[in-house]
Design a protein. Structure first.
Length: 280
């Protein structure tokens, strides 16, 4: 399936979450963010564009659907985060908390009502390249969006031996509710587990290098981390022995577990590998 968008490069994309009701091929959609600041929603079955929006003045760097698929969250190179409705094509909110630093990650997760003493039907996080992570509770149907936590991770003032800084990456932990995992350039090469309930780092896992990609399995306590040294590391948390896998031709810039957690997709410059997890 291919859809051409002349003169623009696709910077990020996300699949629309499947509804709880029976799946229909006609409802499958993907949203893509482009270098001109536009968002385009495509129908997979009809291989055509269904909607185009322009919520950003700069190139998009991250994009995600809300957990119910009713909203699209997008982040730009200038650090602005926009919340747009694919039903109306309107942008309903723009958040400038990360302004000035490119957004590297946007992720949404379901939450129980009043989990953290605030109203909202889901949690979502935004990560920017300046090593900052914001966590929000939102209910878009009620136009509610409240900042829950703001994390800032320290780093050496003048890095040595690095051509460019590793990305700042964060993800909600599927097996520890109220916890997120962060990797990025910092004082140490490590993955940090941060508790939103305790407001502190509760676990640190040492890494051999600074990470370039991160994914946590939704089905088991597995974490995949990619490095620019052409290495993929699979970790069983919290204390399992790491498993290292070479084989990429360049930096492992993408790790992504499938929704069922049985397979892992990784990508480097010119190679896409699919791994099958056994015995998990």
């Amino acid at each position: 399936v291919s859809v051409l968008v002349p003169l623009q490069s696709c910077q990020c994309l996300a699949w629309k979450p499947h509804p709880i009701v029976a799946l229909e091929a006609e409802s499958q959609q993907v949203v893509a963010g482009y270098s001109d600041g536009t968002i385009r929603v495509f129908s997979i079955s009809r291989t055509e564009m269904e909607l185009k929006m322009h919520p950003h003045a700069t190139a998009l760097t991250a994009i995600a659907y809300s957990t119910d698929g009713e909203m699209i969250l997008s982040g730009g190179k200038d650090g602005l985060v926009a919340v747009s409705s694919p039903r109306t094509g309107m942008t309903i909110r723009v958040l400038a908390d990360h302004k000035g630093s490119p957004i590297t990650v946007l992720q949404c997760a379901r939450k129980q009502y009043h989990d953290f003493g605030v109203e909202g039907s889901e949690l979502w996080l935004a990560t920017s390249s300046d090593r900052r992570v914001s966590v929000w509770a939102s209910d878009w149907l009620k136009n509610k969006c409240e900042l829950l936590d703001w994390l800032s991770f320290p780093a050496p003032a003048s890095p040595e031996g690095l051509g460019s800084l590793p990305p700042s990456l964060a993800a909600f932990c599927p097996w520890e509710h109220g916890t997120l995992v962060y990797v990025g350039f910092g004082m140490q090469k490590e993955a940090l587990f941060y508790s939103l309930h305790k407001k502190q780092v509760i676990e640190k896992i040492s890494l051999p290098y600074f990470a370039t990609s991160l994914s946590l399995s939704p089905a088991a306590r597995f974490m995949a981390v990619g490095f620019s040294e052409r290495l993929l590391r699979l970790l069983r948390c919290p204390a399992g022995a790491p498993q290292d896998y070479p084989g990429h031709d360049d930096a492992v810039h993408l790790c992504r577990f499938t929704p069922a957690g049985h397979r892992l997709l990784t990508a480097s410059h010119s190679a896409v590998l699919v791994w099958e997890l056994v015995g998990g």
